[in-house]
Structure formats: C-alpha cells, structure tokens
Design a protein around this ligand. Structure first.
Ligand code: AMP
Length: 463
C-alpha cells in the first residue's frame, strides 16, 4: 500500500503537487501528554512531512518503509510513536526484569546511533521508559552496566549488539518494534549477515519499520524478507536531490582540486555567502591529507573519518558546529547520520564510487527549505562516475567554469587552472588518493577507536 499524501521535499516545506500543505498538528496524533510535553519543549510546532505521514501508521501497528534522509525529522517519526506504543510497559521499579528491551533501533554508524538515542532520551524524559545506546569502538563495560540495569528502547550498531547478545547481556526476546534506520547504508557497509542474525532473535510477532534514503532493489529485497505488507511513505522523490540545492560541476585536474576549493571559498566570501562547507573525499588518507593541506593554506579545516576516535570526531564536529572550523573534510561513512543543520555548501573533492553516495552527500545541503550549493570537482578520470550519477538522478548536471579569483596587481589572468569541459579534452588526471588508498570502512562497519568522552559512551541520562 502506498500512502497518498503528496510528495514533499523539505523539512517543513509544502507539497510538490501544489496541494495544500498538511495542517496536521502533534495534538492530532493523540500522543500521551508526557510525550506531547517533551515535543513542545523541543520547540516543534508542526510535524514534518515524514512525521505527518508515518506516525499514524506506526501507531496503528503497520510495518512501514520510509524513504527519508537524515534532516527530514525521520527520527521523531519513529521514536514518538514507539514511545507511545510501549508506554504501557513503563515502570518505576528498579528491578531490571521490569525493563526488558521493547524497541530496538539498528543504525549503521555510531554517530547516527548517538543522535537517535539523544532524541529518544529527550522525547521520553517525562516517562519511566529508559533509552540507551551501544556501539563499537569503545569499552563494553559501561554499556554492559546499562544493559544489565534494563532499558526499554535500545539503539545499537549491529556488530556491538551481537557482542552483547553473545555475552548474554542483551536479550531480544521481548522486542515488539524493530527499526532499521538508514538501511541502505547498513547493506552498503556489509551488515546484512549481522542484521539477519539479530532479526532471527526477535519474535516474529513484531512491528518492523525500515528507513532508507533510497529504495534500491537490495532494500526492497530486505523489506520483502522482514516486513509484512508495509505501508510506504516518501518525503522526497526517489533518487532525487532537493530542489533547493544548486548543483554545479567544475572540471578540474586532480592536482588542482585543492586550489579549486580555495577559489570556491574565496568566491563565496566575495558573494557574502557562508564559507562553511563539508568537503567529501573517498578515502581516510585522502581526507586527512586534504584537511592538513587546506589548513596550511589558511583555511580553518578539520577531518572526520573512520580512523578518528569517537572523542576526536565529537570535538571536530563541535568545532564545526560552533564555526571554529569552516571546512569539514569527511568520508561518506564518517559523515553519515551527522545532524548538521542548514549546511550552505557541499563540495565533492572527488566523486564517490557509488552514485547513491552522491545523493547522500548533496543531501547535506538545501535542508529545511534553505538554499544550498553542491559543487563537484571532477577530473577526466571520473567522467564515468559522473555518468552514473546523472543516470541515477535522471538529469544532466551543469558544468561551469570555476569562479574567477581577484586579479592581483600585475597579474593579467586567472592564476588557477581552468579548462572548460569537452569530451576527451580534460587533462590526464594525476593519480588520486582514492585510487591508491583503501576506501572508507565500507565492509568493516565499525572501526575500533579509542575510548571517547563520557557522555557518548553508553546510556543517556534523562535530561
Ligand atoms: P532527523 O531527520 O530526525 O535527524 O531530524 C532533523 C532535525 O530536525 C533535528 O535537528 C530535529 O531536532 C529537527 N526536527 C525534528 N522534528 C521537527 C519538527 N517537527 N519541527 C522542527 N524541527 C524538527
């Protein structure tokens, strides 16, 4: 069954079809006053489109496939009705036996797990339900203590959850609702066998919700295996980027890409635009190198990739959010799930090997109806990748010259490389980092990291 609510493209935006925007309010869902109170305290007035479409179905007990990216409000779309549904089990008893896991949310990355857990903790803060998060790369001890105490809503990355199940600390026999968040990414990261093992331990009489940015054939297969006649809700056209994103391709030789970034940032300054940007790279090493090189050139840059510890990632992200860093250089996996609101600009230092990753990358900008720029620096060797992306998005991307930089006295021409793109005319690319280096943790899932800052280690205290 497909939901008939018109397609809506932004967080609080209006429907594509020109239909009247949904006038539904949080009160219409009939949520318990304890949940309503938490929602009001978050400052949410109107449900986002994914919330308006999903919450009634989840409350009604349907399985659901939601096509929505991070940034659309999808977390509350499943967390709020989950809290409502398991509220009847809430208990003030200290006994762990009274707090079995009732809802399990699986996510591909620890960052996303932490974000979901923070949301679950704040939406449930006026109830006796407990929410906690477990993920790999950090010591298990604190997580074990939290699990032993009992928790109704558990958010987990698959590998670490299996570790806890193996040591008999986590038991899924009373799980009523299962959420597979960013399921496409979980498959990309090779988590399918882990997912299968976990799902086999959950009672068949469960409600299953699957969220994914795209509905690839693999995702549909996963849904067929584990969901029962799911309702499908979509808030953005399949495989399309938000209309608020202006996309442009600059043809640049690999060796000139760093200078091209400088040029783009300088042009933004001159136009009075924010210089805050995420720059995507394909490999950890390339990511670290580019961040260092930009810093040497006077750009406030930070790197976020799989070799960074959780503590380092958190510090970098905080610095980026506060504006102390203006260019966040990231790999796909590390950036996945990060909640960075209203990002004005995304730069692809190189194109991703997987066209769908391009859509995830540019989905970082143009959120919540705000305008964004997505810039791709493409060399001749990436032409095939560009073709794949254009085929997936069903549109040609505009190829434009790099912005011209200020001419210094005595300088007669643009000092930076620029060559308009013509088939076969782009210069032979120098070897890119991506070619010689291992791509970011596609297969391994969670990379072990040093123990991180206390707040992120395990459970979430009620605020
Ligand atoms: P998510 O897609 O779940 O990561 O949410 C993206 C952002 O939207 C988060 O910062 C949420 O706090 C925020 N958000 C979620 N629901 C609403 C709402 N109904 N109104 C305003 N902001 C919201």
């Amino acid at each position: 069954m497909t939901n008939t609510v018109p397609e809506i493209n932004s967080l609080t935006g209006t429907a594509d079809s020109g239909a009247t925007p949904a006038t539904i309010t949080f009160a219409d869902f009939g949520l318990d006053p304890k949940i309503q109170k938490a929602v009001s305290e978050q400052g949410y007035n109107t449900p986002t489109p994914i919330q308006a479409q999903s919450i009634p179905h989840v409350l009604a007990g349907s399985d659901l496939m939601g096509a929505a990216q991070t940034g659309t409000g999808k977390t509350a779309a499943f967390v709020l009705p989950i809290i409502q549904k398991i509220l009847r089990h809430a208990s003030s008893s200290a006994s762990p036996a009274r707090h079995p896991i009732r809802a399990l949310v699986l996510t591909p990355t620890r960052e996303l797990a932490v974000q979901v857990a923070e949301n679950a903790a704040s939406y449930s803060k006026h109830t006796d339900l407990r929410a906690a998060v477990v993920y790999g790369g950090v010591d298990m001890k604190e997580q074990v203590a939290i699990l032993r105490n009992g928790v109704e809503i558990l958010i987990a990355t698959p590998g670490r959850l299996l570790d806890h199940i193996g040591s008999k600390v986590a038991n899924l026999s009373q799980v009523e609702i299962l959420v597979l968040d960013e399921a496409d990414r979980m498959l990309d990261m090779g988590f399918l066998p882990d997912l299968q093992r976990i799902i086999d331990l959950i009672p068949g009489q469960r409600q299953t919700l699957l969220f994914s940015a795209t509905f690839s054939p693999e995702i549909k297969k996963l849904a067929q295996s584990y969901l029962r006649t799911p309702v499908t809700v979509e808030v953005a056209r399949q495989n399309a980027a938000a209309d608020t994103v202006k996309q442009v391709v600059h043809m640049v030789a690999s060796a000139d890409k760093q200078r091209a970034i400088m040029k783009v940032l300088e042009a933004r300054t001159r136009q009075g635009l924010s210089r805050q940007c995420i720059i995507f790279t394909n490999s950890r090493l390339g990511c670290a190198r580019l961040a260092r090189a930009l810093e040497r050139d006077g750009i406030k840059a930070g790197a976020i990739h799989g070799d960074k510890s959780q503590g380092e990632r958190t510090l970098t992200l905080d610095a980026f959010k506060s504006g102390a860093i203006e260019a966040l250089v990231a790999t796909d996996v590390a950036a996945r799930g990060l909640d960075i609101p209203s990002m004005p600009c995304v730069i692809n230092h190189e194109l991703p090997f997987n066209a769908e990753d391009f859509i995830h990358r540019i989905g970082r900008t143009g959120r919540a109806g705000s305008k964004g720029d997505a810039i791709a620096l493409v060399d001749d060797s990436e032409k095939r990748l560009l073709d794949d992306i254009e085929r997936l998005m069903k549109r040609k991307l505009e190829v434009a010259p790099l912005p011209t930089v200020k001419t210094e006295p005595g300088q007669t021409s643009d000092p930076f490389f620029y060559k308009p793109y013509e088939a076969g005319s782009a210069p032979k690319a120098a070897t890119t980092d991506a070619v010689n280096e291992k791509p970011e943790e596609k297969k391994v899932g969670i990379t072990p990291a040093k123990p991180s800052v206390g707040a992120l280690l395990g459970g979430f205290k009620k605020k």
